[in-house]
Design a binder for this molecule. Structure first.
Ligand code: DQA
Length: 163
């Protein structure tokens, strides 16, 4: 039997998230993006999946990655669009244009912050939104993708195949 390939999940971080750890620590905490990514990798592996993490400060690059995700073999996207969540119709349209499911995540609870952050134009095109759990929002995003699409959960799929 061919070896099972762990399903790959793409984790996208938008503008300014490269500064995690030093950026407004009272809001976003002191954990760096590299540390967030490490825990995402560990968590995905513990669920029988594999995570690939990318960050960009550029809207167009995020659009390109979303469009390419299916071709690249990703089975889902955990996406923190940062400030672009609140006004990027291009990102909303990219999410709506692909078959790959997208879960929108935020470190902070955007609904409890300034009014301009309450609305995400991306959210309606996503499978759902997770907001306010700090770095755990990303792990919950991975879990949400795996439970929204059971075939994504490599560990459960392997367990099902066992006699
Ligand atoms: C954020 C919330 C956005 O409003 C903000 O612009 C960010 C980070 C979050 O993860 O809490 O850059 O997406």
């Amino acid at each position: 039997m061919a070896p099972r390939v762990a399903p790959a999940i793409l984790v996208l971080h938008g503008p300014n998230l490269n500064l995690l750890g030093t950026r407004e620590p009272a809001v976003y905490g002191r954990i760096s993006l590299a540390e967030v990514n490490r825990s995402v990798h560990r968590h995905a592996e513990s669920r029988g999946a594999r995570a690939v993490c990318r960050q960009s400060n550029h809207e167009g690059e995020l659009v390109d990655w979303i469009q390419a995700a299916g071709r690249e073999g990703f089975r889902g996207i955990v996406f923190n669009p940062g400030a672009l969540s609140h006004y990027s119709i291009a990102l909303r349209d990219a999410v709506a244009s692909v078959r790959v499911p997208v879960v929108e995540v935020h470190l902070s609870n955007i609904h409890a912050r300034e009014e301009f952050r309450h609305h995400s134009v991306v959210a309606a095109a996503a499978v759902g939104q997770i907001s306010g759990f700090g770095p755990a929002s990303y792990l919950l995003g991975v879990d949400a993708l795996l439970s929204a699409s059971p075939s994504l959960d490599g560990r459960r799929a392997a367990a099902r195949r066992r006699p």
